[in-house]
Design a protein. Structure first.
Length: 265
């Protein structure tokens, strides 16, 4: 491949072989109907040491995901037949596999819809394959850390978090407000847990990306989307939030008591 951007030109590479007793490489499923993009992405990920397979449409993606149980899916939104949003919805319904979406630069509504369905990150086309590899590594690290936290909480009972009538149990990965269970995505659960652990503290969007999800880079609108979604589930009036307040020029603050009037993002 010549150059560093992916929009529709280039060629993929093949991975080098690994050593004897090293852990099995993470399995990644690439879903894109553009053969050039799929080839480039597959090549870069293989050279980074991942075991990569590629399919070109949504139905094949679901069938292949059920077969190989990937550790992460790189998913294009614009797919023939079953589109990427529906594929993401079905993947998330089947289990907690991390998903990174590939989107056109202008498709903001689709990106937000994908994040609301539980996608972990997105990359806009044209993009740098090396940036995608870094994002894959970041999302996999976060998924592994979340799994380790769940195991630790299950073994040690976990510390239940409470505030503003909300109870969150890391061991069972369940949260409730006023006795009513909250239907939270993994990202929303992590964000709420972070707020409950740090009541009254102001958090910048960059800080939340890094501390909650382990992302060292990315579009800050991702945080805004997750905060808005979480407000819709924990606030009495999401349009006038009292628990998750906007701190202008900084980010957000969780107020478990009787806060001043908040403002929406």
């Amino acid at each position: 491949m010549s150059g560093d951007g992916v929009n529709g030109s280039g060629s993929g590479g093949r991975s080098g072989s690994g050593g004897g007793t090293e852990p099995a490489p993470a399995r990644i499923l690439v879903v894109d109907d553009d053969p050039t993009v799929a080839e480039v992405v597959t090549g870069y990920l293989r050279r980074a040491g991942y075991a990569v397979e590629s399919v070109a449409d949504g139905r094949a993606a679901l069938a292949h995901a059920a077969l190989i149980r990937p550790d992460l899916v790189v998913l294009d939104l614009m797919l023939p037949g079953l589109d990427g949003l529906e594929v993401c919805r079905r993947l998330r319904a089947a289990g907690p596999v991390p998903v990174i979406m590939l989107t056109a630069r202008g498709d903001e509504d689709d990106r937000i819809a994908g994040l609301e369905l539980g996608a972990d990150d997105y990359v806009t086309k044209p993009f740098s394959p090396r940036e995608l590899v870094l994002r894959v590594a970041s999302v996999l690290r976060r998924a592994a850390a979340a799994g380790a936290e769940d195991v630790s909480a299950a073994g040690g009972g976990g510390d239940r978090l409470t505030g503003a009538g909300i109870t969150l149990d890391p061991a069972t990965h369940r949260a409730a407000k006023g006795g009513r269970e909250l239907a939270l995505t993994v990202r929303e659960f992590d964000l709420l847990a972070h707020f409950l652990r740090h009541p009254g503290q102001a958090h910048g969007r960059e800080d939340l990306m890094r501390e909650v999800w382990g992302w060292d880079f990315g579009d800050l609108s991702t945080v805004t989307v997750h905060v808005r979604r979480l407000r819709a589930k924990v606030e009495e009036d999401p349009g006038r939030p009292k628990l998750i307040q906007t701190v202008w020029g900084v980010g957000y603050r969780f107020e478990p008591g009787e806060p001043d009037e908040g403002a929406a993002a």
